[in-house]
Design a protein around this ligand. Structure first.
Ligand code: ADP
Ligand code: MG
Length: 694
């Protein structure tokens, strides 16, 4: 695909999608028109037949149809609208709390109504609360749906019906423009036809389709897509590997005194595990093959230091290092540590983020190109065009789970004048299960830090419903008055900085009003860099004892004196994220730390299981496995959002039986059908290389 046709395929160019709609769609990971075709339903409803009211049961949503006998608005504490419906077999009451008067008027006696919803027992027999409905006259005939009705994961500001229309028109756009139709010459992937036809099937399966299979992700059409996606990811890893084989990496042979000087200056010794992995990395750096190494280590295991040793080694050999962080807070924190560590060694460390002032940015860019900067720490601002390294020898990517595949690609190209491919160290606290690693990385080497620095006590985790709030606030006060420090984390479902900032501010008001004896601080993503810095610094020093915050502190923030964390609405977060957050406490040797999950009732079964897991274990590997296991077919979007992997439909745990087959397929295609192999990669992964980098 050339640049121009990619532009045309931007979702904004689809009829009926405005800038606001586009931004909601972007939140769902939909950037291009074909992306919308890949946005599959997470469940289906059967609206293909009308159920007589007497036969309708209380569990499954049903479609009923009858005559409106009476519609009244009553006031019982609040305004309610009742409509009585009779279908010849029985009576049903439709009840609504939110309605416009126009709605009341339209629900006229003698008109017909069709409702879809779940029936519950009410004061006057069967009732439906706020069903979806349609009013018509006795003369009208309205067809029932011929297909299962798709229900899509969506986001605030984007209604189900609107999203459904957008997806429908995206599908016909693809059809008209012959997108997603290429097929392998040698093999049929799906019995439903080409990729587009298979997608179309899943957006609108005929009513007789096995719903259970669909829900479990076991339907042949889904299996075909899953396999194709796995093949694409494996090919992508393979293509990456082939590309690398042709390149050389900077050989960093000099072992300088800096290393021992640095290590001697630390107030502690490296752990055994840190020593081992540093040995593995150093070995890679000595060779002239570009390193691709994943460094896994639980939260607090000391990965930063290993990254620092690697950067030090590169600079001793005359190469620059880029250290990439997912958030500004983390970048700033690393900048402080690195500057502190390397000051005496004459190594120049700089920070480049979205908040860097234009003037300073200009100087950094110049110095970087002139080779005057040894280590550049930053956020994705480092990727922006116009930034050229003089001799980039190493990229360290911290907390990799926040970066997508596409960013790893673009970093490969930034070798600077050396014309070599820089070594790459990817550090993550989200352990990647083997099955997943095989899919995503193909040939990536792995190092594991499997021990925490000495004296770390596991964080003790417990949970309470929100009714304990008053007690919890009191308890936090007691604890903080003894000189300890605490985080109070406010969470939000929507991925919106603004809303999150708002609710954090409200929480801040509440807490600081009820705890006048404590110094309370606030950080959220909307604050200016200086404000954030200053609050975190005060918290570090103890001038602030209680820090109300959003999940912006999730990665990297390192204040060992903080030993208590309250997480509000933990039911909204995935397991890995909860674990990552909890990792902010338990960082002080020989000191007990506590984490309290303050949840809203009622908990869903899934949320309850996540909370139980958090209480039961501190082991990041166990938590990651459990996380993947709990994310069923219904949570494909969640898996994507977690950033664990940019998968659209496959779930490497659930679909592990397909992995081997997919691998063989990938090898076969890579050998014999490179054209189609490229198409697959572009289809499933390639788009995002260009689009989500904004
Ligand atoms: P993570 O692996 O989560 O990135 P960090 O690198 O932030 O962990 O390290 C957590 C804390 O442990 C930091 O305060 C760091 O200085 C400290 N630390 C790192 N290595 C050791 C060690 N060998 N002994 C004691 N403390 C250490
Ligand atoms: Mg870290």
């Amino acid at each position: 695909m050339n640049e121009e046709s990619k532009d045309l395929q931007s979702i904004q160019n689809l009829k009926g999608v405005g800038p606001k709609g586009a931004s909601s769609l972007n939140n769902l990971g939909i950037f291009t028109i074909p992306d919308a075709a890949f946005h599959l339903p997470f469940r289906y409803e059967d609206r293909s037949f009308i159920t007589p009211i007497t036969e309708a049961n209380y569990q499954t949503p049903v479609l009923i149809e009858g005559e409106i006998m009476k519609s009244t608005v009553v006031f019982r504490g609040r305004r309610m609208l009742f409509s009585e419906i009779y279908d010849g077999t029985g009576k049903l009451t439709m009840r609504m709390f939110n309605f416009a008067m126009a709605q009341h008027k339209a629900l006229e006696e003698g008109k017909m109504i069709r409702c879809f919803g779940t029936i519950t027992p009410g004061p006057n027999g069967k009732q439906m609360i706020h069903p979806q409905y349609q009013v018509f006259t006795k003369q009208d005939t309205i067809e029932v749906e011929k297909n299962l009705t798709p229900i899509y994961p969506t986001t605030s500001g984007l209604q189900q019906n609107k999203l459904k229309k957008i997806i429908e028109s995206a599908l016909s756009y693809c059809d008209k423009n012959n997108l997603l139709k290429e097929e392998s010459k040698n093999k049929k992937y799906s019995e439903y036809g080409n990729l587009l036809e298979t997608l179309q099937f899943l957006h609108k399966p005929p009513v007789e389709t096995n719903l259970n299979e669909l829900i479990e992700g076991k339907h042949p059409a889904q299996q075909a897509l899953i396999k194709e996606e796995l093949v694409a990811h494996m090919l992508c890893a393979g293509i990456l590997k082939n590309e690398l084989e042709g390149r050389t990496g900077p050989s960093m042979k000099d072992i300088s005194m800096h290393e021992s000087v640095f290590l001697d200056s630390l107030p502690f010794e490296l752990t055994n595990a840190q020593n081992v992995v540093w040995g593995e990395i150093k070995n890679d750096l000595l060779a002239n093959i570009p390193m691709r190494r994943l460094l896994q280590g639980d939260v607090g295991s000391g990965k930063t230091l290993v990254g620092a040793l690697s950067a030090l080694h590169a600079s001793s050999n005359g190469y620059q290092t880029a250290l990439l962080c997912p958030t500004e807070i983390l970048a700033e924190q690393h900048f402080t540590s690195f500057s502190d560590w390397f000051k005496k060694l004459g190594i120049k460390v700089m920070l480049l983020t979205g908040s860097t002032k234009a003037k300073e940015r200009k100087i950094i860019i110049e110095d970087l190109a002139a080779g005057k900067i040894d280590i550049l720490i930053g956020t994705h601002a480092i990727f922006q065009s116009g930034i050229e390294f003089n001799s980039l020898g190493l990229t360290v990517i911290d907390e990799q789970h926040r970066f997508g595949v596409h960013q790893r690609f673009s970093m490969l190209e930034k070798g600077g004048k050396t014309n070599q491919s820089p070594h790459q160290l990817i550090m993550t606290a989200t352990p990647i299960p083997r099955t997943l690693a095989m899919t995503v990385y193909g040939s990536l080497e792995t190092s594991i830090i499997d021990e925490l620095p000495p004296g770390r006590n596991p964080v003790q985790t417990s949970s309470r419903p929100d009714s304990f709030r008053e007690k919890v606030i009191k308890r936090v006060e007691e604890v903080c008055l003894t000189g300890k420090r605490a985080y109070w984390v406010c969470t939000l479902i929507e991925d919106s900085d603004e809303l999150e900032a708002q609710s954090a501010e409200e929480l801040y008001k509440e807490i600081s009003n009820s705890l006048p004896k404590l110094k309370v601080g606030l950080v959220h993503g909307r604050l200016k860099k200086e404000q954030k810095d200053s609050v975190i610094e005060q918290f570090r020093k103890g001038d602030i004892q209680l820090l109300v915050c959003t999940t912006v502190i999730e990665v990297g923030v390192d204040v060992p004196e903080a030993t208590l964390m309250i997480i509000e609405n933990p039911e909204r977060l995935g397991l890995s994220q909860l674990h990552q957050l909890r990792g902010r406490v338990g960082r002080k040797a020989n000191t007990d730390s506590h984490c309290l999950l303050l949840y809203k009732e009622p908990l869903s079964g899934l949320a309850e299981e996540r909370i139980k897991t958090m209480e039961a274990t501190n082991d990041g590997f166990q938590i990651a496995e459990k996380d993947l296991e709990l994310r069923g077919a219904g949570d494909i979007y969640g898996l994507r959002q977690s950033g664990l992997m940019d998968l659209k439909i496959a779930n490497p745990i659930r679909d592990s039986s397909l992995l081997l087959d997919a691998q063989n397929e990938a090898i076969e295609l890579g050998k014999n059908e490179t054209g189609f192999a490229k198409t697959l990669v572009e289809r499933w992964i390639g788009n995002r290389v260009d689009y989500s980098d904004s």
